[in-house]
Design a binder for this molecule. Structure first.
Ligand SMILES: O=C(O)c1cc(=O)[nH]c(=O)n1[C@@H]1O[C@H](COP(=O)(O)O)[C@@H](O)[C@H]1O
Length: 213
């Protein structure tokens, strides 16, 4: 496979950056013609912090957050978001809080669950969900349902990249949208023109990364 990544930087903050690769990829719920690699923002401290600034900004003055629920391995970014929201001396209404940062577990049935030890960080709490990639919105829908099931209030949803602007009627605050990645297309299984054209699958991709075939 000829691996060619383009750098993509947020116009809001160039240090919030991802890498983009074109090809034929199989994801959990769809086929996509573009792979977005989030490893820099997920794993490098400076990039995670700068990404967190972009993500936290809309919530600073207005949104109560007690717990950040992280999906797709976004814990480093989520922790910076919690820190930014709770910092003293900012306009944040969450100043001084000890905000929790948790991740759900996916059980064998594919349900997102919280173990007994983290439930108190969901039940009766104001939740901000932080996702990596939102493609169809199915995974986010599961995360919202799970949070509500455990008694949390979903007050905000943010993502590194989202193809959709809303899930369950809630706005998605995305660092990158389809406008930033022109030509990004997703196709349901069985309806993929790349498969129809006999284009070989380049890689299986999931939130951990990609494995070339
Ligand atoms: O995990 C994946 O398969 C994946 C690869 C990809 O290119 N894009 C992508 O959105 N995902 C994951 O698929 C889930 C979101 O897809 P939807 O449920 O279709 O919105 C998230 O867990 C993403 O990390």
């Amino acid at each position: 496979m000829d691996v060619h990544f383009e750098d993509l930087r947020s116009w809001k903050n160039p240090k919030a950056r991802v890498k983009v690769m074109r090809g034929h990829f199989v994801t959990t719920h769809s086929h996509v013609n573009t792979y977005i690699d989030l490893s820099t923002m997920k794993s490098r401290c400076n990039n995670a912090r700068e990404t967190a600034k972009v993500m936290a900004e809309p919530y600073l003055a207005t949104t109560e957050v007690d717990t950040v629920v992280c999906l797709d391995g976004m814990e480093v970014v989520g922790t910076f978001i919690a820190d930014i929201l709770s910092r003293p001396g900012t306009v944040s209404i969450n100043t001084g809080k000890n905000i929790s940062v948790v991740s759900p577990e996916t059980d064998k049935a594919g349900q997102m669950i919280f173990r007994d030890n983290t439930r108190r960080m969901i039940e009766g709490q104001n939740i901000l969900i932080v996702a990596g990639l939102i493609t169809t919105g199915k995974t986010m829908m599961q995360a919202i349902e799970s949070t509500l099931y455990y008694g949390g209030r979903v007050n905000g949803i943010c993502a590194a990249f989202s193809l959709v602007s809303k899930v369950a009627g809630m706005d998605i605050n995305a660092v990158f949208t389809q406008k930033d990645v022109p030509g990004y297309e997703k196709y349901s299984d069985g309806n993929c023109p790349m498969c129809t054209a006999g284009q070989k699958v380049d890689a299986f991709v999931n939130s951990y990364g990609h494995s070339a075939l």
